[in-house]
Design a protein around this ligand. Structure first.
Ligand code: NAD
Length: 530
C-alpha cells in the first residue's frame, strides 16, 4: 500500500516528479523562503527521476527564521511541561497513524528498504514518547548541597538556550531531522531546522505532523538549501548548534561555533565493528551481523564495516554469513519484503565502487557481492563481504558508508578489542556471546559511545533513557537520555545564604574566621560530607 503523494504517471501522464507537485507545494509552504526563491530538485534513487521542486532559503531568510523563532520561543518556554507534553504525545500517535506516507517519502528520498524506513518512524515515536514523559524530571529544579550545610541552600535550574539550530543529513531524513528537535523543544527552546536537501520532504512531512499535534506556529522554523550556504547560516546564527554528518564537516561546524562561543553537539562518522566471540550463538550472530552491516544499505552511522571473528568459530561463522548474504533480496519497491534497498546517489555509489575496486586491486578477496546492480535500481549495489583486507586498502580505515564489510580473524578477546579500537572513530560496536557478563567486560574496553550485546545497533539506539553518541572522531556530546536534553539548556546555580555569611561576622577577626572555618571543614570531612 502506498500513499496518495506518489505522482502516478499512468493516472497523470504529465507527472514528471516522483512526489505529486501539489503535495510538494503544500509541504514547501512551511519553508522560510521568499515567494520568488530559487528552487532545487533532487533525484529519487527509487525512480531515477526528479523528486520535487523545493525552495532555497537565503542567508537573509535564515536570519528571518531565527528572529521569528526567537519571538515564538518566549511564549513556548512560558508554557507548562504538561502543555508541551500533550503536543509530543499527540505527535507520537500521528506519526504512527501517518506512517504510510512517511515511509513512502523516506524511501523515495533515501532509496532504503521499507523495513529500514520503518526504523525512522519507530525512532521518532520512541523519542517523542520518552521526552514527553521524562523532560520534566530531567529538567526540574534540584536542591544541591551548599558550601555550609543548612546555611547555604543551592538550587540547580535549567533554562532553555533560546534558538537551537539543527543541521541534519540525508541518510535518516525523517528521524535525524526530528528526533534531535524533540528534546530541544521540550526544554523550551525554539528550533531552526535545516534538513539535507535529499531529505527535505520527509522532514517537512514530520514538521507538518508536529503542527497538527499542536506545536505553536513559529516555534519550529524550517529552512532549505545547500549546507555550505543555508546550513552555514544556521550555524552562524543559532544559540546552540546540533549537527549530524561527516567528521570533516563536523570539524568546520565546531570551529565556527567556537568562534562565536556557542555550544554544540556533533554526531559524526564511524568505522564500527562487530565482534563474534568464540561462544556466540551462530544463527543469531549471522542474523545480527547482517542487520549490523546492511541496514539502510550500510548508510547508517552506527552500521558495521568490520566483522571481527574469533578463530575458534571463524570456519563455522564465515561460510554461514556469506551464504546468508548471498540470499539477501535487494530492491526498491515501495513495499515491505526486501532485505536491502538502494544507495542514495551516484556519489555514494562511486565511493562504494572505488573502495571495493581499490581493495580487490590490492589483493582483497570478494566473498560475496562486489557489483553495482543497475538492473535493480539506478544506485543499487550488492551486499558485499571482503576478506584479506590490509592497511594499504582504503576500506580498512575509511568510512565507506555503503553495503561493504570486511572480515577479520582474531585469536583472543583482547586481540578483538585492540582491533575494534584500531580506528580514529568511536561510534558503535556490537559483541556476540552467550556469556553476557563477559560481553559487558569486553564492551567496557571498546572505545565507542554505544556497544550492543547480542544485537546489532537497535538495542542501544532505541534505549532512549541512556546516552548515545561518539567517542574520538565520531563526535562530541550525546543525544538521548539526560545528556540529550540538558545540552539544550543553560544550567544555573542559585544559592541562598542564611543566618551567617561565609565571611567574618559579629565582629570576629579574619583570624577567628579562619580558625572556625578550618575546624568546620575538618568536621565536615569527618562527617563524610562532600
Ligand atoms: P556531510 O558532512 O557531507 O553533510 C552533512 C550535512 O551537513 C549535509 O546536510 C550538508 O549539506 C551539511 N553541510 C555541509 N557543509 C556545511 C556547513 N559548512 N555548514 C552547515 N552544514 C553543512 O555528511 P553526509 O555525507 O551528508 O552524511 C553522511 C555522514 O554523516 C557519514 O559520515 C555518517 O557517518 C554521518 N552520520 C552520523 C550520524 C551520527 O549520529 N553519528 C548519523 C547519520 C550520519
Amino acid at each position: 500500500m502506498t500513499s496518495e503523494i506518489i505522482a502516478d504517471p499512468e493516472l497523470d501522464p504529465t507527472a514528471t516528479y516522483a512526489v505529486s507537485p501539489s503535495r510538494a507545494r503544500h509541504l514547501a509552504a512551511r519553508v522560510v523562503a521568499s515567494p520568488k526563491a530559487e528552487t532545487f530538485t533532487r533525484t529519487s534513487p527509487i525512480t531515477g527521476g526528479p523528486l520535487a521542486a523545493l525552495p532555497i532559503s537565503t542567508a537573509t531568510d535564515v536570519r528571518r527564521a531565527v528572529s521569528l523563532a526567537r519571538s515564538a520561543q518566549r511564549r513556548w518556554a512560558a508554557m507548562s511541561f504538561d502543555q508541551r507534553k500533550r503536543v509530543f504525545l499527540r505527535f507520537h500517535d500521528l506519526v504512527l497513524e501517518h506512517q504510510v506516507e512517511l515511509l513512502d517519502l523516506v524511501q523515495l528520498e533515501s532509496g532504503k528498504a521499507r523495513a529500514h524506513a520503518f526504523e525512522e518512524v519507530l525512532d521518532v515515536a520512541i523519542a517523542s514518547r520518552h521526552y514527553a514523559q521524562e523532560a520534566e524530571s530531567y529538567l526540574r529544579p534540584r536542591r544541591r548541597r551548599g558550601a555550609i550545610p543548612v546555611l547555604s541552600q543551592s538550587r540547580e535550574l535549567h533554562h532553555p538556550k533560546g534558538v537551537v539550530g539543527i543541521v541534519s543529513p540525508w541518510n535518516y531524513p525523517l528521524s535525524l531531522a526530528i528526533t534531535d528537535a524533540i528534546p530541544a523543544l521540550m526544554a523550551g527552546n525554539a528550533v531552526v531546522l535545516r534538513p539535507d536537501q535529499q531529505g527535505s520532504l520527509s522532514a517537512l512531512a514530520g514538521i507538518e505532523l508536529l503542527g497538527e499535534a499542536g506545536l505553536p506556529v513559529g516555534v519550529l522554523q524550517v529552512v532549505l538549501g545547500p549546507g555550505s550556504s543555508t546550513g552555514q547560516a544556521v550555524v552562524d546564527a543559532a544559540d546552540y548548534v546540533c549537527f549530524t554528518g561527516s567528521t570533516p564537516t563536523g570539524r568546520k561546524i565546531a570551529a565556527a561555533a567556537a568562534e562565536r562561543l556557542v555550544s554544540f553537539s556533533l554526531e559524526l562518522g564511524g568505522k564500527n565493528a562487530v565482534y563474534i566471540a568464540a561462544d556466540a550463538h551462530l544463527d543469531r550472530a549471522v542474523d545480527g551481523a547482517i542487520r549490523a552491516c546492511f541496514s539502510s544499505a550500510g548508510q547508517l552511522c552506527i552500521s558495521t564495516e568490520r566483522v571481527i571473528v574469533h578463530t575458534d568459530i571463524y570456519d563455522q561463522f564465515v561460510p554461514r554469513f556469506v551464504a546468508a548474504v548471498r540470499t539477501m533480496t535487494v530492491g526498491t519497491a515501495l513495499e515491505f519484503g526486501y532485505d536491502m534497498g538502494s544507495l542514495v546517489s551516484q556519489d555514494q555509489l562511486d565511493i562504494v565502487t572505488a573502495h571495493v575496486e581499490d581493495a580487490v586491486k590490492k589483493g582483497a578477496e570478494v566473498l560475496v557481492g562486489g557489483k553495482a546492480r543497475p538492473d535493480l535500481g539506478p544506485y543499487c549495489y550488492e551486499p558485499t563481504v571482503l576478506a584479506g583486507v590490509t592497511a594499504a586498502m582504503a576500506v580498512r580505515d575509511e568510512e565507506t558508508f555503503g553495503p561493504v564489510t570486511s572480515i577479520y580473524r582474531v585469536s583472543s578477546d583482547d586481540d578483538a578489542i585492540a582491533l575494534a579500537n584500531d580506528t580514529d572513530y568511536g561510534l558503535n560496536a556490537s559483541v556476540w556471546t552467550r556469556d553476557v557478563r563477559r560481553g559487558r567486560e569486553i564492551a567496557a574496553k571498546i572505545q565507542t559511545g554505544t556497544v550492543n550485546i547480542n544485537e546489532a545497533y537497535a538495542a542501544a539506539w532505541a534505549s532512549m533513557a541512556a546516552p548515545m553518541g561518539g567517542m574520538k572522531a565520531s563526535g562530541m556530546g550525546r543525544r538521548h537520555g539526560a545528556e540529550g536534553i540538558l545540552k539544550y539548556t543553560e544550567s544555573q546555580n542559585v544559592t541562598a545564604q542564611h543566618l551567617l555569611p561565609i565571611a567574618p561576622a559579629f565582629g570576629a577577626s579574619d583570624q577567628t574566621f579562619a580558625k572556625v572555618m578550618s575546624v568546620s571543614l575538618a568536621l565536615m570531612k569527618k562527617a563524610g560530607l562532600s
